[in-house]
Write a new protein. Structure first.
Length: 104
């Protein structure tokens, strides 16, 4: 008799011995444990770390004083305005826009 996949325990993400030396590994273990209790497969350590660092970078951008200005322009659809373009193209993200002078 075969068991339904729903009845199987959640899959732990892969973490090597080298990953265990990483300073954020204990945080990953808490994440992995939480996912297991929720019966959800957890990400591999490298994928989890990349996502956490990416989210931290986004959170840091949101704290920048000009982020609201960028967001309002983005929502208003002003990305195609001549002063907003970088080499004839709209910026891909806030960091690129800011690095190129943050002009409209």
């Amino acid at each position: 008799m075969e068991m339904s996949k729903a009845a199987l325990p959640a899959r732990y993400g892969f973490a090597s011995k080298a990953n265990e030396a990483h300073p954020r590994f204990s945080e990953y273990q808490r994440y992995r444990s939480s996912m297991s209790r929720l019966l959800v497969d957890s990400s591999n350590f490298s994928d989890w770390l990349r996502q956490v660092e990416y989210q931290e970078a986004l959170d840091a951008e949101k704290k920048h004083p000009r982020f609201i200005e960028w967001q309002r322009a983005f929502i208003a659809g002003k990305m195609g305005r001549p002063g907003f373009l970088i080499d004839g193209k709209p910026p891909k993200n806030f960091s690129q826009w800011l690095a190129n002078g943050g002009a409209f």
